[in-house]
Write a protein that binds this ligand. Structure first.
Ligand code: ADP
Ligand code: COI
Length: 487
């Protein structure tokens, strides 16, 4: 895709000069409550402050430099040299962020009028300023300070995907689908790369068995898939009162180096789609056909196939399912923040306590499995994770949870020891406009494919109308000697 070239672009006046010196500027901290107010006063405040320190000339100069992507085996075999990684990121991240900002500015003017999209644009300007004005990293102290800033930025940007989804939904009638698709594919894949590198660097600071940064040297796809099957099953039971059984077959003993972060986004998306299709295709049947996941592993790549008997994808939808915002769900209004609140089908009564605890356990185990952070925030946010994330920090009798979707995360806290609070927590999760739903955002397949392609693979769908669907997720090994990819 070429960047959109429009004279009437995003609303940036190129003659606007550097409005403030970056040195000595007081940066606004992002108050998390402010993120909920992006279209009211909170947004205006951030916007004004961002414009004050936006340095147009510096952004354009950085965007003219080429991006320097790393080969995954270099990351793997580079070991835990966090000084080298910090210095690489210090140079590289401002360039990557500048490319993103320029991409925003090539969008048609009307898109920049959307408060959520312009909020994300401002977040990137702020990130550019913070990253490019950070002093050279020369010792442990500066490395630690850099790590703290990165962790904060990852956190500040955690809602970017859902903000873009909502923003583009609001203005999509004014721009071509293809413009949105190219922009989102590029932005989200590049963001995946940035976040993988940043998380990898932060992960290098933490000792984890079998890990180099975010890379699990002996990742077992079966274990990861099992965890998400349990999640999808519980979610389906809660939404529909029943769920198909998930079966895993093929190379179930496979184990190889890989990073779980993108898989933790893609796999639950595919499983939820398969489960939803199955229950909706058999509305009255007691016995549902299984969903089967097949793992294939060879020296070049690995493939995860999700097969269901959910009736397949209608002929005239097959071409559409990879379009952003395409969904056959009638629950899309759940995700429109401007729409009146709609009731979720889940209620506390429908949720047996053991289910609640299982979900809690999954959140905890997912969090632990992915945890790379050391200090500071109340949760460990992994960008691509779509569903439940963290029960990371225990503070007295309180535990904090983060439940997210499409990059969106909301934190909840509960009294762990009190069963009724536990049930209320689960209830509120399932009522969350995004997290609790099985479907409706229309982002699962397109983002999953963009991530897979960025990682040297692909996502393909084969539908047997009237029977069911096979979805093939193919990913290159990090150590493949054949054609490889760069992050
Ligand atoms: P969402 O789940 O939010 O609708 P997705 O991008 O995951 O968004 O899927 C888009 C659409 O593709 C779904 O609404 C559904 O119509 C169709 N789809 C995806 N997977 C399947 C499947 N396994 N069987 C039948 N239809 C599917
Ligand atoms: C993002 O998550 O949007 C990023 O680009 C992360 C970066 C600011 C560290």
């Amino acid at each position: 895709c070429n960047k959109t070239n429009s004279n009437n672009n995003f609303g940036v006046n190129n003659s606007r000069q550097h409005m403030g010196s970056s040195s000595g500027s007081v940066l606004p901290q992002i108050d998390h409550k402010q993120q909920e107010q992006y279209n009211t006063s909170g947004h205006t405040r951030l916007n004004q402050a961002v414009q004050w320190y936006s340095n147009q000339a510096a952004i354009e100069a950085a965007a003219r430099k080429p991006v320097c992507r790393l080969a995954p085996d270099a990351i793997l075999y580079g070991g835990n040299d966090s000084m080298k990684m910090a210095q690489y990121l210090h140079k590289e991240l401002p360039i990557r962020i500048a490319h993103r900002i320029v991409d925003f500015r090539c969008l048609p003017f009307i898109v920049g009028c959307d408060s959520k999209i312009s909020y994300v644009h401002d977040l990137y300007i702020r990130a550019f300023h913070l990253l490019s004005s950070f002093p050279q990293i020369t010792d442990k102290e500066s490395r630690k300070a850099y790590a703290r800033m990165l962790r904060q930025l990852l956190d500040d940007h955690k809602d970017v995907v859902s903000l873009l989804a909502e923003g583009f939904r609001a203005c999509r009638r004014y721009i071509e689908n293809e413009t949105i698709r190219c922009f989102l594919d590029r932005t989200l894949a590049s963001r995946l790369g940035i976040r993988l590198l940043a998380e990898h660097y932060l992960g290098q600071e933490v000792e984890r068995p079998n890990h180099v940064g975010i890379i699990n040297k002996r990742m077992q796809p079966k274990l990861l898939i099992e965890k998400w099957c349990l999640f999808a099953q519980r979610l389906c039971e809660t939404n529909y009162g029943r769920s198909p059984v998930f079966k895993i077959q093929g190379h179930t003993n496979a184990s190889f180096p890989y990073f779980e972060i993108p898989l933790n986004y893609i796999i639950p998306e595919l499983l939820k789609n398969a489960a939803r299709a199955t229950v909706e295709f058999y509305p009255d049947s007691e016995q549902l056909p299984d969903v089967t996941i097949t793992i294939a592993h060879n020296e070049r790549d690995f493939i995860i196939k999700v097969s269901d008997f959910g009736g397949g994808i209608a002929h005239d939808h097959v071409e559409q399912v990879f379009k952003y915002h395409f969904s056959t769900s009638d629950q899309r209004k759940h995700h429109d923040l401007n729409a009146p609140t709609t009731q979720s089908t889940a209620t506390t009564q429908q949720v047996p306590l053991n289910t609640t605890n299982e979900i809690t356990n999954i959140a905890t185990s997912v969090s632990r499995a992915n945890s790379t952070h050391t200090e500071g925030s109340s949760y460990d946010e992994q960008m691509p994770m779509r569903v439940c994330m963290t029960a990371q920090q225990q503070s007295g009798s309180k535990s904090y949870f983060a439940i997210g979707s499409g990059g969106s995360v909301t934190t909840k806290s509960s009294q762990q020891s009190d069963g009724s609070t536990d049930a209320r927590l689960f209830d509120s999760i399932m009522k969350d406009p995004i997290a609790g739903d099985m479907h409706g955002f229309g982002f699962g397949l397109p983002i999953s494919r963009a991530y897979a392609q960025y990682l040297g693979g692909d996502l393909q769908i084969s539908s047997m109308q009237g029977i069911g669907t096979d979805v093939y997720l193919r990913l290159m090994h990090l150590t493949s000697k054949h054609e490889n990819f760069v992050i």
